[in-house]
Design a protein around this ligand. Structure first.
Ligand SMILES: C[S@@+](CC[C@H](N)C(=O)[O-])C[C@H]1O[C@@H](n2cnc3c(N)ncnc32)[C@H](O)[C@@H]1O
Length: 321
């Protein structure tokens, strides 16, 4: 049985017998006025963060959600899109599609504004999406891509890139891990399917996205997620896993490389009214400017009179790259 088959098995079980805590996150469930999230959807929250942000949802966007789980985030997206077929959910596990369909009927009863046909459910594989080229404004996945081995991860990201319109965005939440993992962990298909032993360092994760062509990345959150300890898992050392939320925007790739915003801020404190680097970045005296990592490095070399903050891993827009 391949690791992909093991993943199908695990999520078939998780669809038939909801498993609270299969994945788990410390961020609160996203509520909004008039949005009731059915209990069953909360119990089937198999994500490790959130992919739903009102800032991404402008002009009646067509939304694609891959790996539907219990359907909670599709309901949250529908809250903002409110149109027939506004959100397309794709999942490879028949039982998960059936479970989420039932959950949308419950959601319809609890939310007068919601209709089940706001969501279109399709059986399909993240590695070969049943979606037309450049037909989507916002694509999302939560806690699925980390399961893929790197060659499959590249395919899944390339598929998301293919279906997005220019300027569209891919919003994701996934575990990452900065420590090496031994083969006993890496090759444990069930732990991989549980989002514990497939995750890779943030730099490798972001490189897969920029190699696929995404010109801008926003790292929106980074949190502690799990520890794998030798007394519970096949490892000799304690392994710390984090989770991230990240948006990859299908902007043209800048000639000098991608703009990755990890939450750095530049503040000029020199003797002039402002500092102009001649490349489109003007820093006014003692005013903060969010900058991407590439610009932060260039500014630090351009003059000593600029303070560059550490990455906060909590970027939510603004500034320049
Ligand atoms: C960890 S769960 C996350 C569910 C949901 N995103 C959430 O946050 O609750 C992974 C989901 O991806 C689905 N899945 C697994 N392998 C898949 C694949 N190759 N293509 C599409 N969906 C897949 C599973 O059935 C499950 O619904």
């Amino acid at each position: 049985m391949s690791y992909l088959d093991a993943t199908q098995e695990l999520y078939k079980e998780a669809a038939l017998n909801p498993n609270v805590g299969l994945c788990c996150t410390t961020n609160p469930i996203g509520h909004a006025p008039g949005l009731m999230i059915p209990k069953i959807m909360q119990e089937m929250n198999y994500g490790c963060g959130s992919t739903v942000s009102p800032q991404d949802l402008v002009n009646e966007p067509k939304i694609l959600y891959v790996g539907v789980g219990g359907g909670m985030e599709l309901l949250q997206f529908s809250y903002y899109s409110r149109q027939r077929d506004g959100v397309t959910g794709v999942d490879s596990v028949e039982e998960m599609l059936e479970a989420s369909k039932k959950n949308f009927v419950v959601a319809e009863k609890e939310n007068p504004w919601f209709k089940s046909d706001f969501v279109r459910l399709l059986k399909g594989n993240a590695l070969d999406l049943p979606i037309a080229d450049q037909s989507i404004d916002l694509a999302a996945q939560n806690c699925l891509f980390n399961i893929f081995r790197v060659e499959d991860l590249k395919k899944a990201v390339a598929e998301m890139y293919r279906v997005l319109r220019p300027g569209g965005r891919l919003v994701m939440s996934d575990p990452i891990c900065e420590q090496p993992m031994g083969d006993a962990l890496r090759n444990d298909d069930r732990l991989r399917a549980q989002c514990l032993s497939g995750c890779i360092p943030i730099r490798e994760y972001t490189k897969v996205l920029t190699d696929a062509g995404f010109g801008t990345l926003e790292i929106r959150a980074r949190r502690s997620y799990r520890v794998l300890s030798p007394n519970h898992y096949p490892t000799d050392v304690l392994i710390h896993i984090e989770s991230i939320e990240i948006a990859a925007i299908k902007d043209p790739m800048p000639q000098d490389g991608p703009c990755i915003f990890s939450g750095k801020t530049a503040i000029y404190y020199g003797g002039e009214e402002y500092f102009d680097d001649g490349k489109g970045h003007v820093l006014w005296q003692n005013r903060p400017l969010s900058v991407c990592d590439k610009t932060a490095t260039a500014l630090a070399k351009a003059t000593p009179e600029i303070h560059i903050s550490e990455s906060t891993w909590h970027y939510s827009g603004g500034g320049c790259c």
